[in-house]
Design a protein around this ligand. Structure first.
Ligand code: GLN
Length: 440
């Protein structure tokens, strides 16, 4: 049996007329059905019309595009479509958080926080990790607070990944990981998890490892598939990391949003604490995606490097909002978390039914708040064409499935829809989807 591991190839076709084709945030790729290594950084040397003259741009920017997720939000606005593209809530954040933020601003906590995070938030976070997961975290040497999970992932990779290293990324993926690796001049090696189970087998992971593998990125609960890795899969990742002396970089931003199974932080597995960098944040947990509060837990030596990168990129995350997140972590009761999950479950059921009634094939996710739906019974179009048409003609904006794969054709008939929206927003979207499907 073969698994698909995709190397990067030059991006020349993406650069015609100096335009980046916005099909995928990653360089053009070629599929191989055996494990194969990418040629040395070829993806970084294309696009000659961008590499000379006054307005030349740095080569490292040529091999990926803008975020398709953010682009689809702009498309949604343009067409006044219901935005089921970008994962942000359209309902209010908790009063407690808003009051705490306002109070912090009034108390004049308006200057830089300590670059790696306000003490109140670091202490609140350490308490959370101990209470939720039995994980001891040193507030002084192991925590870095960043401008969202996005900056966290970029700072971590820049701090621990060298040019020429390989970083294993499972696909379908959240679109940042590949470009983050490319910015480090490292090579993303893509490992495809197959629908509908999206299950990770240890042998697949073993096959993707080489002597150059520096890190594996693990996102559970997963965006966009909704998979929550079980204990066996997490143990497989731990075994491979330990055997080959590889770092694990986890994206656990949906750690509190799951409907089946349980969230198992990789850092709590035996032998993994010292080789796991745990990324999370408060955007999704507290419905404050615009606050940009991300968190990193890493062993002291790695934290030292991560903090340097973070400091020179952003100095620090917004000080009053860090204070408010500390209040949220300390004071929101357990019911807040159970109610949040129940709320998302109800919303997800409305969306899944709406999609199925309109003719999409999809299943209820195990976690996070996305549905990856197959539209092949509705259209033969590729995912970008269909996604744009659904936004402009149908009034509902999804994210085209191709943007979650190194080779967009693998997501040809897929579209991702979010359900972190009010129930009435999801009912309105369902009506529009049905009308669109009926019109054909
Ligand atoms: N995680 C969200 C999504 O996948 C939002 C990403 C973002 O725009 N930062 O849609």
């Amino acid at each position: 049996m073969f698994w698909v591991v995709t190397p990067i190839l030059p991006c020349a076709t993406a650069c015609a007329n100096g335009q980046i084709t916005r099909l995928n945030p990653l360089p053009h790729t070629r599929d191989v059905h055996i494990i194969s290594r990418p040629p040395a950084l070829q993806a970084l040397h294309g696009c000659p019309n961008m590499t000379t003259g006054l307005h030349r741009t740095a080569r490292r920017t040529h091999s990926f595009t803008e975020s398709v997720i953010r682009e689809m939000t702009r498309v949604a606005r343009e067409h006044e479509a219901v935005n089921l593209a970008q994962g942000f809530p359209d309902f209010p954040a908790p009063e407690l958080l808003k009051e705490a933020a306002a109070a912090a601003i009034r108390a004049d906590i308006n200057q830089y926080a300590i670059t790696w995070g306000a003490p109140n938030l670091r202490h609140a976070l350490a308490r959370k990790y101990l209470e939720h997961y039995g994980m001891e975290v040193d507030t002084e040497t192991e925590i870095t607070i960043t401008c969202g999970g996005t900056e966290a992932m970029a700072s971590v990779m820049l701090a621990v990944v060298d040019p020429g290293d390989e970083v294993i990324v499972m696909e379908p993926f959240y679109e940042n990981y590949g470009p983050d690796a490319v910015l480090c001049e490292a090579k993303p090696v893509f490992l495809t998890l197959e629908a509908p189970e999206y299950r990770l087998e240890k042998a697949m992971l073993e096959e993707a490892v080489s002597s150059k593998t520096r890190a594996i990125v693990i996102n559970t609960p997963n965006n966009p598939t909704g998979r929550v890795f079980d204990r066996e899969e997490m143990q497989a990742i731990a075994d491979v990391c330990i055997k080959h002396d590889i770092l694990a970089i986890t994206d656990e931003i949906y750690e509190h949003i799951y409907y089946e199974g349980e969230h198992l932080p990789l850092a709590t597995f035996e032998g993994m604490r010292d080789r796991t960098i745990t990324i999370s944040g408060l955007s999704k947990t507290f419905s404050v995606t615009g606050w940009r509060i991300g968190t990193i837990i890493a062993p002291p030596q790695l934290s030292g490097a991560i903090r340097k990168v973070h400091d020179f990129l952003t100095v620090g995350a917004p000080a009053p909002l860090q204070e408010a997140c500390a209040v949220g972590l300390n004071e929101l009761p357990q019911e807040y978390y159970t109610d949040m999950v129940a709320g998302y479950k109800a919303r997800g059921e409305v969306l899944v039914k709406g999609l199925q009634d309109a003719g999409f094939k999809c299943q209820y996710p195990q976690g996070a708040y996305y549905v990856l739906a197959d539209f092949s019974d509705l259209s033969d179009e590729d995912s970008m064409t269909f996604g744009r048409r659904l936004a402009s003609e149908g009034g509902v904006a999804p994210v085209p499935g191709g943007s979650f794969f190194s080779d967009p054709s693998r997501g040809h008939s897929l579209a991702r829809f979010v359900f972190c929206k009010q129930i009435q927003t999801l009912h309105e979207a369902s009506e529009r989807l049905k009308a669109f499907a009926t019109r054909g």
